[in-house]
Write a protein that binds this ligand. Structure first.
Ligand code: NIG
Ligand code: FE
Length: 428
């Protein structure tokens, strides 16, 4: 009998979401989220040490804290693999313009969109950005996110992009959600480079990526072996295929791992370009062809679907996540929480959209938001599933069947959040 920090028992379903041969879950294996009925989980020093049936686990341990799950679902904390939550202000005026007919890419081309958030971010201090972002992270945590990727990309000059990196590091220090930083200086062409996108790409490569790489090396993220990513918005009115490739290659040269925004509106060929560079994930994929999907399915790149953007922009061309799963590609889901295309903190809502508009089954949506999300941020070996040795990032859900996480929508079924073995949020 050993003494441990935390024991959770009496879960109607302990949903483990385990990895598939040390990688993301693919194809038909996504139909099985790994349910242990009447499950229990033993946690010590922030890690999971045992998972199984309550009758098998509880006799082996005495625990400092014991939680009776009372017939609820227990599952891994959600991994939100794509967000832009460090921003200032909002874009509620643009929301009205879009309702009245303006298109997202038209607003961007006219100097609004991402660039309008940039104007506000440039004026904000690190402290302002941290204060505005903390409540967003708290809401995400309450909705079950225990790991969140965060991109820069609203600074668009060297000092402002580094300011966002410093804000991300300060946020990691100030609140419990695990953060993963991504450098997205090539998010939009800033107004002072209007018509000179190539010159801005040169600046990103020569003057922005090197100090960002230096920042990472001395940051708390490197110390904790949390990866650092390079990203680019490969899109009409943003960066061409060649410009995007140059940015990603420069990031790789500086030790960054690769992500890319591809095919959100127009297919420029970014999916195969990024995958060929060894991208850990390619994100959006609304306009990706089935031929491209078939090719990506044979790679290790995770496809991150972002249905909240389609929902918010009223764009009915949701990414073909069904086709991706059927082709054997690794599929994850993310909120893309940002002020322009997805002001959405809840991955539960994203899972609900994926089931309705992308014909993902509840099990597929849950795996896409846990273990596959973890692989999409390079942390598949430490989080995203309930397996011995992993971080004890665990949710207790107000339902006896995990499918309610997608069947119900618009609310919050998460009742308790445990991150690295600590209870960080409980309803009442
Ligand atoms: O993922 N596409 C580029 N970036 C975000 C939008 C950011 C914004 O509109 O502020 C996205 O959709
Ligand atoms: Fe994005």
């Amino acid at each position: 009998m050993s003494h441990i920090d935390l024991l959770i028992h009496n879960a109607a379903q302990l949903v483990t979401c385990v990895a598939q041969s040390g990688g993301p879950v693919r194809g038909k294996a996504m139909l099985d989220p790994g349910i242990v009925s009447d499950g229990a989980i033993a946690i010590h020093k922030g890690s999971i040490i045992a998972v199984g049936r309550s009758g098998d686990i509880t006799p082996n341990f005495t625990a400092a804290v014991s939680i009776d799950a009372r017939g609820r679902v227990v599952c891994p904390g959600f991994v939100d693999a794509h967000t832009h939550i460090v921003y200032a202000g909002d874009r509620v005026g643009e929301f009205e313009m879009r309702i009245q007919g303006a298109a997202y890419l038209e607003i961007l081309a006219a100097g609004g969109g991402i660039v309008s958030t940039t104007r506000q971010v440039r004026q904000a201090s690190v402290a302002d950005l941290v204060e505005q972002t903390l409540p967003r992270l708290e809401t995400m945590l309450r909705h079950g996110a225990t790991t969140v990727e965060i991109k820069t990309g609203y600074g668009l000059d060297t000092a402002s992009e580094l300011k966002i990196l410093h804000a991300i590091e300060e946020l990691a220090r100030r609140q419990p959600v695990t953060l993963v930083p991504t450098f997205l200086a090539a998010h939009a062409v800033p107004p002072e480079f209007s018509g000179r996108a190539d010159d801005y790409v040169d600046l990103v490569i020569d003057s922005m990526i090197p100090p960002a790489a230096d920042w990472y090396q001395s940051s708390s993220f490197a110390a904790q072996t949390i990866p650092f990513f390079i990203d680019v918005f490969c899109e009409k009115n943003a960066f061409s295929l060649d410009q995007s490739r140059r940015v990603l290659e420069a990031g790789v040269k500086h030790g960054m791992r690769v992500k890319a925004h591809v095919d959100e509106f127009v297919n420029l060929g970014g999916s195969l370009m990024a995958s060929a560079l060894g991208a850990v994930s390619i994100d959006h994929l609304d306009a990706t062809t089935s031929e491209q999907i078939a090719e990506i399915a044979g790679s290790s790149t995770v496809c991150v679907a972002i249905p909240a953007v389609n929902f918010h922009l009223g764009n009915p061309h949701y990414a073909n996540a069904r086709g991706m799963i059927d082709a054997g590609a690794a599929v994850a889901l993310a909120t893309d929480f940002n002020p322009g295309s997805a002001p959405c903190p809840s991955i539960q809502f994203v899972m609900a959209l994926a089931c309705r508009y992308q014909r993902m089954l509840p099990a597929e949506a849950l795996l896409a938001s846990t273990i596959n999300g973890a692989y999409a941020v390079g942390l598949g070996n430490v989080c995203g599933s309930l397996e011995p040795g992993k971080w004890a990032d665990v949710l207790i859900v107000d339902a006896a069947d995990y499918r309610h996480l997608t069947y119900q929508f618009g609310g919050n079924l998460v009742r308790q959040v445990i991150r690295k073995g600590h209870i960080v949020w409980s309803r009442n």
